[in-house]
Design a protein around this ligand. Structure first.
Ligand code: NAD
Ligand code: GLY
Length: 361
């Protein structure tokens, strides 16, 4: 069964097409491709698994698909790798109307999307996510970026895809550690705005980890529905969208501080979410039982609930590069209950330091 959700953004609206085996169905993508040519951006791990399926599905629709295969890893989410996409686009005489197809996880999606935003000042692109994290989060909403040695996702653009083709079957080949990392972003939706979903996850986390198709489809659909609603209400993160960054200020500091690729993004977000919960508890906004409930769910998902021992001073220094810093003041996403997140600058540096100390080894 194929399910479709819409991201409603006036003339930039687009569908998220969710199903098993949709990758092989080129007719689903054809309406979103203007010319008869696409450039598929993928990486060396995903290419041998899925590029033939996508290429032949498109060829059946009269679309020729050339490709560029990037090195795999967060440590390659940088200018040098981005330039490989521009080399391929220019080398193949791609035009402003050619479509870029980003086939892979969040790294490929973020880089492919950023390349599409820049090439000839903007070419159409389609997200074809192949990790749980990219299915439920990064492929939807148009945030594109590369990393800088001093800060994660610091160079980028808001640039919406024309469509998202979400094939749940791609998860069959995803390593367990990557699946678990994706679960961190799934839990996030429950924590920030969907308490019923959080309770559902408490009942069904084992089925998701066992890749039960019904549970996975429900979790992907519910996550995408939450994300689509938030993005439609606040595309450029002037308000509610910032809540999607629960755990991310701490998490990005972990990723940058440990060296890109050492901690998976979802793992860093999980530990970061527990630091945010700890801080919320210290502020008297979240009770200790709720913190325990959150910790228990992340533990059951096989995710870290403590950060690494970067040292508080280094942690705080890394956090100063966050995109939510305004007039030099750090704003954090904190919890006032399960299902209720807020953005706040109420915590003092000493309180933040205490939460980091309490939740990092
Ligand atoms: P990833 O893209 O590095 O993919 C994880 C690993 O799985 C990689 O080794 C990849 O090659 C491999 N892989 C991908 N699909 C596979 C499949 N079907 N079978 C087997 N292996 C497969 O990591 P990710 O977790 O997908 O994404 C993390 C990135 O997403 C981070 O850079 C993060 O900043 C970004 N992100 C962006 C947004 C956004 O809104 N744009 C949101 C969340 C995260
Ligand atoms: N992943 C955060 C956002 O899309 O806003």
């Amino acid at each position: 069964m194929i399910q479709t959700l819409d991201v409603t953004l006036e003339e930039r609206s687009y569908p998220i097409i969710i199903g098993r085996g949709v990758l092989a169905n080129g007719a689903l993508l054809r309406p979103y491709i203007k010319q008869n040519k696409v450039l598929i951006v993928t990486n060396e791990t995903v290419a041998p698994l899925y590029i033939d399926t996508v290429q032949s599905a498109l060829e059946k629709q009269g679309v020729s698909a050339i490709s560029v295969v990037l090195p795999d890893g967060e440590q390659f989410k940088n200018w040098e790798t981005l330039n490989l996409i521009f080399d391929a686009l220019l080398g193949a005489h791609c035009e402003r109307g050619t479509t870029l197809v980003a086939l892979g996880g969040g790294v490929v999606g973020d880089m492919g999307g950023f390349a599409a935003a820049c090439y000839q000042r903007g070419m159409p692109f389609i997200q074809v996510p192949t990790t749980l994290l990219s299915l439920v989060d990064s492929s939807v909403g148009g945030k594109t970026a590369i990393n800088h040695p001093l800060g994660k996702n610091m160079i980028g653009a808001f640039y919406q895809p024309k469509a998202v083709l979400a094939d749940i079957a791609t998860l069959d080949t995803l390593p367990d550690r990557e699946l678990k990392a994706g679960v961190a972003e799934v839990i996030k939706y429950g924590l920030i705005r969907d308490p019923e979903f959080f309770s559902w996850l408490e009942l069904h986390i084992d089925s998701i980890l066992a890749r039960d198709p019904e549970a996975v489809i429900f979790a992907v659909h519910r996550s995408c529905a939450n994300k689509a609603e938030v993005v439609a209400a606040d595309e450029r993160e002037t308000g509610e969208r910032a809540l999607l960054n629960l755990g991310h200020t701490f998490g990005h500091a972990i990723e940058t501080g440990m060296g890109y690729g050492k901690w998976l993004h979802g793992e860093a977000v999980a530990a970061g979410t527990l630091i945010a919960a700890e801080l919320s508890c210290q502020l008297g906004w979240l009770d200790a039982d709720a913190v325990l409930r959150i910790e228990r769910l992340f533990l059951r998902a096989g995710l870290p609930v403590r950060g690494p021992g970067l040292g508080v001073a280094r942690f705080l220094e890394l956090m100063r590069h966050d995109k939510k810093v305004e007039a030099g003041r750090l704003r954090l996403i904190l919890l006032q209950g399960i299902g209720k997140a807020v953005m706040s600058d109420a915590a003092s540096e000493a309180q933040i330091a205490r939460a980091i100390e309490a939740r990092c080894t």
